[in-house]
Design a binder for this molecule. Structure first.
Ligand SMILES: NC(=O)c1ccc[n+]([C@@H]2O[C@H](COP(=O)([O-])OP(=O)(O)OC[C@H]3O[C@@H](n4cnc5c(N)ncnc54)[C@H](OP(=O)(O)O)[C@@H]3O)[C@@H](O)[C@H]2O)c1
Length: 395
């Protein structure tokens, strides 16, 4: 049912029936200037609403006549794994926020490569059908009971779990969202939330990049890659980036890559050896996976860190532990989720990203925007290496 205000109620003829879903409560309505409205329905007598404008608590309304109306919004649903064509634009039920939850009307949704893994079935969703999407920015439109710390009208962002961002509205646990600074455009926020927090944990916690380090970033012009290069440059590292096209090379240079390697045409291992005078790099941030993994190990110096954080080209082949021995290498396969497990970690991580955007250390590259209804095109372009920087979907 559409938002119901005191204005509407006062205009209802006394005989008119009003059906409300049994799960809908007044707390889910937009803020009303009149607080604590009594909202009762006397079915036995005459279906007249008795309203008192000043008193007591909100009551759960009782449904009348027929099945309850469901809160429907437009969104994407996936019934089977496959290509971009399995992303179906449909009416989906959004429901009401429960204890500790909020309902958010999305303004901008971030597209991430992980969405492709879930669509294809590389990662398995909890159930089928499912609504993909793990990053969005929107306005709080309803607040469940219990402590949420949020109010209607707040602009919030989330990245990670739960999945379901490809929708006009979604229910979120209040403790998974962070407030968006008022100076930040929602589209910018949606472009740097998941990717920026990934850059934060990779550069600041997984391996701590410092002045004097030399680092290798694969897919340097991608969503995460662009932010990694800018941030690592600001930390004082020498940044080597790999890209597939001249346009991406130009962007990577602008983003602070000191050396750009065209890894489709050039042997990136020998180029890295040349650039580092045979020493190798301190750390490789490898999100490409299958096509680069072995070469990345070869680019490392003694006691270097192999950070394998994605598999855009496919999962890397298994590596025998003995491959790490000749250079005493470290190998990790990290995920942002484990680096932001607590509320404090999430707030600190997002706070650092927002602060770096505000100070200009990192610039969001919103290179592509698609209507949410056309997300299949966005997936195809991301997988076909056509995109650079961040891709944002607009509901
Ligand atoms: N572990 C984590 O917590 C975490 C968090 C976020 C993202 N990630 C990972 O980080 C990576 C980047 O994510 P993103 O959303 O920012 O995507 P993206 O980097 O914007 O897009 C992927 C890029 O990978 C490169 N690539 C190389 N081989 C490819 C292939 N066979 N197919 C497709 N792309 C290929 C392409 O750049 P070129 O054309 O220049 O080669 C492409 O633009 C993904 O692997 C993702 O899973 C991991």
């Amino acid at each position: 049912m559409a938002a119901l205000t005191l204005h509407h109620l006062s205009r209802l003829p006394a005989s008119r029936h009003l059906s409300l879903p049994p799960h809908q409560t007044l707390s889910s309505f937009p803020r009303n200037p009149v607080k604590n409205l009594i909202f009762r329905q006397n079915l036995a007598e005459s279906s007249i609403f008795r309203l008192s404008t000043v008193t007591v608590k909100a009551l759960s309304p009782v449904a009348v006549e027929g099945s309850p109306e469901k809160k429907m919004v437009k969104g994407i649903r996936v019934y089977e794994h496959g290509g971009p064509e399995v992303l179906k634009w449909e009416d989906i039920e959004v429901g009401e926020p429960k204890d500790g939850e909020i309902r958010v009307k999305n303004k901008a949704i971030g597209l991430n490569f992980i969405d492709v893994y879930y669509r294809k079935g590389v990662y398995k969703p909890a159930s089928m059908p499912f609504t993909p999407g793990m990053e969005a920015v929107g306005e709080v439109v309803a607040v469940g009971s219990g402590l949420t710390g949020r109010k209607i009208g707040d602009l919030v962002a989330y990245a990670g779990s739960p999945m379901g961002a490809y929708a006009e509205e979604q229910i979120l646990p209040a403790d998974k969202v962070v407030p968006v600074p008022s100076s930040m455009d929602p589209i910018v926020a949606a472009s740097i939330m998941l990717k920026g927090m990934t850059a934060q944990f990779l550069l600041r916690r997984c391996f701590k990049v410092e002045r004097g380090h030399t680092i290798l970033v694969h897919a340097a012009a991608g969503g995460v890659g662009s932010l990694l290069c800018q941030w690592a440059n600001a930390l004082g590292a020498t940044v080597i980036g790999t890209v597939s096209t001249n346009e991406k090379a130009a962007q990577a240079k602008e983003d602070g890559c000191h050396h750009v390697i065209m890894y489709k045409n050039e042997d990136f291992v020998s180029r890295v050896k040349d650039i580092t005078s045979g020493k190798g790099v301190d750390v490789v941030y490898d999100s490409v996976g299958k096509d680069t993994f072995k070469g990345s190990l070869a680019c490392l110096k003694s006691r270097g860190y192999m950070v394998s954080f994605g598999q855009s080209s496919g999962s890397p082949d298994p590596v025998p532990l003995s491959d790490l021995a000749p250079k005493s290498l470290f190998l990790t396969r990290p995920s942002m989720m484990q680096y932001n497990e607590t509320r404090d970690e999430l707030l600190e991580c997002a706070g650092e990203v927002f602060a770096n955007v505000a100070s200009g250390v990192i610039k969001a590259r919103v290179n592509h925007k698609y209507p949410l209804s056309r997300v299949a095109d966005a997936h195809a372009d991301l997988e076909n290496r056509i995109t650079s920087g961040s891709v944002v979907l607009l509901p």
